[in-house]
Write a protein of this length. Structure first.
Length: 208
């Protein structure tokens, strides 16, 4: 498409050949030993130089082949942020019944609490214009709740945004690090905390 492209792999101390293979393929490998899904993304954002940043888990679950089409869509319709909906199409075994139901419930709570109409609040594939991640953009979540937080913040900042259906696949190897009960509680607690902070922020503006 005529773009300069960089690929960044944020590695959390893997014991396989991830770093070796990624480096050999031309990727920039960043080591981030501090734990947390959100922490990895925040570290990656610091090193990303592109005007458009595309994210996704490196386990084969997300369809990176759609990137050129989505970039064209962003250009054509001047979109600032695109998030994705894994519930549209998914392979057998892509997630357990518990994870499926948990993600559905968290999405319903997300919509109810923040009034943002999306179908998948936990999807990890996003297309973000760098301009949205400016100096006053601060994130609280360092864990799985980051996936929820970034949607709230980017959608609020974006002039135009879109949620696209994608095909979600079964991971190619290894085991997921998602613990449905622990991470679900963390995300729920974050949603409550975020909503309370929003209410206090609105009250403060009215007083001022």
């Amino acid at each position: 498409m005529g773009y300069e492209v960089e690929i960044i792999v944020v590695d959390g101390g893997s014991m396989d050949r991830t770093r070796e293979i990624a480096t050999k393929k031309g990727a920039k490998v960043i080591i981030e030993l501090r734990r947390g899904y959100g922490r990895a993304y925040m570290t990656g954002f610091k090193y990303a130089n592109g005007d458009i940043i595309v994210t996704g888990d490196a386990d084969g679950t997300y369809p990176f082949e759609i990137i050129p089409r989505v970039i064209k869509l962003m250009e054509e319709y001047n979109l600032d942020f695109v998030t994705t909906n894994r519930f549209a199409r998914f392979e057998d075994g892509a997630w357990s019944p518990v994870h499926f139901v948990g993600n559905k419930l968290l999405t319903l709570l997300f919509v109810f609490m923040f009034g943002i109409l999306i179908r998948d609040s936990q999807s990890g594939m996003w297309f973000i214009r760098r301009s949205l991640l400016n100096n006053d953009c601060r994130f609280m979540g360092t864990g799985m709740e980051f996936s929820t937080e970034i949607k709230i913040e980017m959608i609020r900042r974006a002039k135009k945004w879109l949620e696209l259906p994608i095909s979600y696949k079964k991971r190619k190897s290894g085991k997921t690090k998602v613990h449905w009960f622990r991470d679900g509680l963390h995300i729920l607690a974050f949603l409550v905390k975020k909503k309370i902070l929003d209410i206090f922020g609105m009250m403060r503006k009215r007083i001022l």
